[in-house]
Design a protein around this ligand. Structure first.
Ligand SMILES: [Zn+2]
Ligand SMILES: [Zn+2]
Ligand SMILES: [Zn+2]
Length: 471
């Protein structure tokens, strides 16, 4: 018979089922983190499906008994919960009930009609039987030979407390044990009965900080970034220039038309201070990928060496408690304007475009570099995202001939000295081949324009005049 589902459909169903299960599991973890559920203890309940329940879990998640254990076990598998032995239960192999009662049986014929009592032997005729069989009106009379028993250890003796089968009359010390199911009445031999261990569960305290972060600040941070126009990928795998693949906890990208930003966000949640090695790894990955906007979200705090390194490498460090302040403040980005790719037409149009995107624009900005020299930038655009501040250095060159390497080099040099890594260069009427190659290597975003719009000639003259002044 053909399968009712295609493989794709089945995979989809499996994913949905897994998601639902995960959501419940996360809800349970949330309840444990807040202390609404402290530890998860089983309660024996013969009337329930499994014979035991975890009432707190069942109630908190509103699920069936049989859904509880798989969730708990999956969380143990993730290292989120720890389990400890609680009890071992026997279970009917026929109907899975744990409502079993022990029954005793004759070792010879298997009959359940066995009695326990004092066993006497009449030494005269060697009849062996229960004390009750010998007693008549306060005296012992042998049921076989009907003689009166006179004195212990002379004509009869006691063999002690033993069992006797009423069916085959066998006498024995230890009966055979079996289990009778009180639900389906099946009788199961002792070695055929199913055993099941049940556990109680606790939160793995070593994971508390990480879980607390995953459950609340992390989704908030993602939402914060999305509201500001970022596309966010969790656990992004990105290939670096070295060819190695790196995992970035959160990779946020946003195309502002002029510059596409990529922020690498690393999450370090540890029990103790975060040391240099971990920060170094993060910085190294970001460098290999070519990302210069780096944020580290940490719990609890950085060690001193790590802190020094982070500031030197311009890694923005946010402790989770700071993150909450960041997330609370700031207004979301107004919903996008035009999604047209940016095309340079005039300086004023460029400025308007930047302002629309929320940039603060400074024309002919004078900025002091690390060398101490003061540089003039045609446009310095700054935007505070609430979490990271972006600076774009924009150079504009207008000439009769294509702009050569020297102009691009000068611009790049200035930006480097100032410490701005997001660079855009507008070249009218375009760049020479060397200029273009250099720009590409230095990651300068280039806008080549054949000529300015006729009505912006005045602007072009302005620019020319300004750039001459600036030199
Ligand atoms: Zn006798
Ligand atoms: Zn028997
Ligand atoms: Zn049963």
């Amino acid at each position: 018979m053909a399968n009712a589902f295609t493989d794709d459909q089945l995979r989809e169903v499996q994913q949905v089922v897994k998601l639902l299960a995960d959501k419940k599991a996360m809800n349970l973890v949330a309840e444990m983190l807040t202390g609404n559920i402290v530890d998860i203890r089983p309660q024996l309940d013969f009337t329930s499906e499994l014979g035991f329940t975890y009432p707190a879990v069942k109630k908190a998640l509103d699920i069936k008994d049989r859904e509880v254990v798989p969730i708990l076990e999956s969380l143990v598998g993730e290292g989120i919960l720890e389990k400890s032995f609680f009890d071992r239960l026997l279970r009917c192999p026929q109907c899975h009930s744990i409502n079993l009662r022990p029954t005793i049986h004759c070792v010879k014929c298997g009959s359940g009609d066995v009695v326990r009592g004092r066993i006497l032997e009449h030494l005269v005729c060697h009849y062996i039987g229960l004390e009750d069989e010998f007693t008549t009106k306060g005296r012992y009379i042998c049921p076989r030979c009907h003689q009166l028993l006179r004195a212990a250890e002379s004509d009869y003796r006691s063999l002690g407390l033993l069992y006797k089968c009423h069916d085959c009359f066998e006498i024995f010390g230890l009966p055979r044990m079996k289990w009778r199911c009180l639900k389906c009445s099946a009788v199961t031999a002792e070695d055929k009965v199913t055993e099941i261990d049940i556990y109680y569960y606790n939160l793995n305290e070593a994971k508390r900080s990480l879980l607390e972060f995953e459950l609340k600040p992390k989704p908030q941070l993602i939402e914060f970034l999305k509201q500001r126009g970022y596309n966010v990928v969790e656990n992004a795998i990105v290939k670096g220039r070295s060819g190695a693949e790196h995992k970035i906890d959160l990779l946020a990208t946003r195309d502002d038309g002029i510059i596409t930003y990529t922020i690498a966000i690393g999450i370090k949640v540890a029990g103790q201070k975060i040391e240099l090695g971990e920060i170094f790894d993060f910085d190294d990955k970001a460098y290999d990928i070519g990302i210069h906007d780096k944020i580290l979200v940490i719990v609890p705090e950085l060690g001193r060496e790590a802190e020094k390194f982070a500031s030197q490498q311009r890694i923005k460090v946010l402790e989770v408690r700071d993150l909450e302040t960041v997330l609370a403040g700031g207004v979301p980005e107004p919903r996008q304007i035009s999604k047209e790719p940016f095309e340079f037409r005039s300086k004023s149009q460029l400025i308007e475009y930047l302002q629309q995107y929320g940039y603060e624009v400074k024309e002919n900005a004078k900025v002091k570099g690390k060398s101490g020299a003061e540089h003039g930038l045609d446009i310095l655009a700054t935007k505070d995202d609430g979490i990271i501040t972006h600076h774009i250095a924009i150079g504009i060159e207008v000439a009769e001939e294509p702009i050569g390497l020297d102009k691009v080099f000068d611009f790049d040099d200035k930006a480097y000295d100032i410490g701005i890594l997001d660079k855009a260069f507008i070249a009218v009427p375009g760049l020479t081949r060397e200029g273009s190659q250099f720009a590409q290597r230095q990651r300068i975003k280039v806008f080549e324009v054949d000529q300015l719009e006729p009505n912006s000639e005045e602007v072009a003259k302005d620019i020319e005049a300004e750039s001459e002044l600036g030199d």
